[in-house]
Design a protein around this ligand. Structure first.
Ligand code: HEC
Ligand code: HEC
Ligand code: HEC
Ligand code: HEC
Ligand code: HEC
Ligand code: HEC
Length: 228
């Protein structure tokens, strides 16, 4: 996969320029503005629909099987399916698959729906999404389950691979293997995606330590030394 994917990454960066190369900063204000505009437009449309008669029935009230002519008359309606063109609305996530700084670039050949496999949850999350709308900033209604990652990665081998990792070192010098953190009730909810981000260019060294500090607020991997 080496040479081919290097070529694709370089090409992606060359074509899409600085905004795509640093999606978390350069692209944000404009996207935010467009999103705001989309919300305003959506609000205006909703208000219009409420003020009876100025538009056909809301889509949800119509039968599922519509003629193509009716479909064409309502360009804003969108029904999610796994075959949809995701990049049309999720340009940031699509660009991240070509941005070597993002985890998604390690998965440049992996289809969006291979990781985003909760089809029912996604169908619900997309209800009311406009065809010209901009996507989401976080996973709210769905998750990428650990089983998805485990489908390709040998989880048992990970702890061995990072046995000497010092990324997770607290302020007192305690080192923890990221793939073998001690078991307790508070750590139970930890998943691959607690530490590994796919569409952000922030490296795992930062995102993983940030995750630990969300509870270990003094950067000490203990609690009871200070709290009763
Ligand atoms: C017509 C535009 C559009 C298309 C096409 C589209 N999405 Fe979305 N998507 C959205 C919008 C808008 C949201 C935000 C919904 C919200 O915030 O309620 C969203 C949200 C999401 C989310 C976040 C769900 C969550 O957990 O809250 C994921 C993941 C996602 N889309 C994946 C996909 C994938 C994968 C595809 C292609 C198969 C796709 N989308 C196609 C517009 C679109
Ligand atoms: C469809 C298979 C597939 C899925 C699903 C998948 N990966 Fe990967 N992943 C790969 C492949 C292939 C590579 C590239 C391995 C290489 O180049 O050494 C990779 C690379 C990685 C790397 C970089 C490894 C390195 O050596 O730096 C990380 C981290 C990673 N994946 C984490 C995840 C996480 C977390 C998930 C779940 C959110 C996930 N992967 C889902 C196949 C997959
Ligand atoms: C507690 C945070 C954390 C969790 C949870 C976590 N990882 Fe990691 N992972 C890391 C860190 C940090 C590294 C980099 C270690 C280093 O390079 O020293 C890493 C490295 C990796 C690598 C590269 C390993 C190598 O050979 O160098 C892969 C692949 C990977 N993780 C996949 C996963 C998968 C799959 C899961 C879920 C089963 C997972 N990780 C859960 C923090 C985490
Ligand atoms: C290797 C697995 C993987 C692939 C491939 C993948 N995603 Fe994601 N996606 C994730 C994970 C994990 C998150 C949680 C946030 C993060 O990691 O950055 C996420 C978050 C999202 C979100 C929520 C907003 C955000 O950026 O956090 C959207 C929307 C989304 N993905 C869409 C897509 C689309 C569209 C594609 C294909 C172009 C895609 N994803 C490919 C794993 C993946
Ligand atoms: C959701 C909150 C939470 C998160 C996130 C969290 N911890 Fe903890 N951790 C705790 C609590 C609470 C304890 C004390 C539990 C106890 O003593 O039973 C603890 C205890 C520990 C201990 C001592 C365990 C022992 O048996 O001596 C270590 C080491 C530790 N955490 C490391 C980490 C690392 C590394 C991370 C990041 C990968 C992390 N923790 C993330 C809440 C958390
Ligand atoms: C190095 C000592 C130290 C460690 C270790 C530590 N804390 Fe604290 N914690 C403090 C101090 C000091 C405060 C009071 C700080 C303040 O009020 O600003 C505090 C405040 C808190 C508070 C707010 C309490 C309140 O009444 O406002 C919570 C909750 C808390 N800690 C939880 C934890 C948990 C959970 C852990 C382990 C994951 C932990 N702390 C580890 C020193 C520590």
């Amino acid at each position: 996969m080496g040479n081919e994917s290097e070529g694709r990454r370089a090409e992606g960066l060359g074509l899409t320029g600085a905004a795509a190369g640093n999606p978390t900063t350069a692209g944000t204000p404009r996207r935010g503005m467009r999103r705001l505009l989309a919300l305003i437009v959506a609000g205006a449309v909703a208000g219009c629909l409420l003020a009876a008669g100025c538009a056909p029935q809301p889509r949800s009230a119509q039968p599922a099987a519509e003629s193509e002519a009716e479909e064409a008359a309502q360009p804003a309606a969108f029904t999610w399916s796994a075959d949809a063109d995701c990049a049309m609305c999720h340009d940031k996530e699509a660009a991240s698959q070509q941005d070597a700084a993002c985890g998604a670039a390690q998965h440049g050949d992996v289809a969006c729906v291979t990781c985003h496999s909760d089809e029912a949850g996604l169908a619900t999350a997309h209800e009311g999404a406009a065809a010209d709308g901009k996507g989401a900033t976080a996973l709210v209604q769905t998750a990428v389950a650990e089983e998805v990652c485990a489908g390709c990665h040998d989880v048992a081998a990970l702890a061995e691979a990072t046995a000497d990792s010092t990324v997770l070192t607290d302020s007192e010098g305690t080192v923890v293997n990221p793939h073998a953190i001690p078991e307790n009730g508070d750590h139970e909810a930890t998943e691959c995606t607690s530490c590994h981000k796919m569409h952000s260019s922030t490296g795992v060294e930062k995102t993983a330590t940030r995750y630990c500090k969300s509870c270990h607020h003094t950067d000490v991997y203990q609690c009871n030394t200070c709290h009763a």
